[in-house]
Design a binder for this molecule. Sequence first.
Ligand code: LLP
Length: 433
Amino acid sequence: MLNARCLGVNAAGHLTIGGRDTVELAQTYGTPLYVMDENEIRGNCRSYRQSIDKYYGGRGLVAYASKAFNCKAICRIVMEEGLGLDVVSGGELYTAMSVGFPADRIIFHGNNKSPDELAMAISYGVGRIVVDNIVELHLISQLAKSKKETAHIMLRIKPGIDAHTHNFVRTGQIDSKFGFALETGEAMEAVKTALAAPGVELRGLHCHIGSQIFDVEPFELAAQVMADFMADIRDQTGVALAELNLGGGFGICYTSDNDPPAYDSYMERVSQAVKKTCQQRKMETPFILIEPGRSIVGPAGITLYRVGAVKEIPGVRTYVSVDGGMTDNPRYILYQSQYTFTVASRAADAKVQGVTVAGKCCESGDLLGENVPLQEVHPGDILAVLATGAYNYSMASNYNRSCRPPVVLVNGQAARVIIRRETYEDLIRNDEE
Ligand code: LLP
């Protein structure tokens, strides 16, 4: 199963991405190698923009959640596509600003932003700083006042929705390190404090209920809870907040077990929930923001490895070792995330065995998958892992002093390195003698 529009198989039986032969790409750029398809990324940006235009009459902004994959090239692509950008650290913000991303389209997240990061955001004129807690609210107010500036903020609210996803990526319930709780009254208190605080302008509310979610229902529910809360705020304070940010979290297809709804149908149902609540509560529909990350870049990326040892342990399992592993993709060791694997030169062949794909780190748990269906495989083959465009490069590490692989962006017959391969020199650059 090839789980993205950009993937195919050519006449030689080789896996292709954006029409390019992956065996050739591996030869040209070396392995391990991340490859991403520009048209797929741009297409995903456009689908989101079109559906937000369709269902909210253009009164909305799609902000790409760059924690999924952030570098200069992706910031430029997203900027050209007219999206906003969600950043979650000074580093992501700095990268965006380094390519001239319009600050008013940036949303700055984080549950513990440092005073330096906040000062940086205020002086850049970041459009929306999403305030996580009361300590941060006071800090922003103080910083903005001392700089004689106005900080534009949203408040992160926990709507208390269980989105039935993996525990590590569930962030909407009460027991979460993110945001203000609704049920306890903490959120309403925070709104009142923000409205009275000098140096800040409260643009609206934010929520994010989790990641890799397939059900539309929790999103509808969250939208309804948030719109209701906006009406409560108006009733209690007389202030109608202008904006509602519904976060990201839309699931993608990693294996044939995954069946994500079309983003358009998500948008249609959620917009109905927002509009219905607004009508019931006699409130104008707010300006809507969404923050997809994984679903914009995930399907557009693959990782190519070269197979080394193939170790068959009779009656136990077969280990297929590759020249990368948890350093370029820690998602299996962290979340037991499932992926689709294919031998790049035998992509048209049937998968005839179940293997364990092992990385090269000095760690037994360094695996990329267990019992994964695979074609016949031999040392020297190129092994492709599909849908690695999100949370792979961005979560990569230098464990065992491994060099992070490069990222190559293909676009038709053109291909270019957008992040170069790390070298041993890079690894010792910060070491003192
Ligand atoms: N907005 C906020 C406030 C978020 O916290 C996140 C993701 C997103 C948007 C984007 O969510 P997406 O559309 O990408 O699901 N490392 C984990 C994923 C962590 C997601 C954290 N927040 C993984 O590899 O699955």
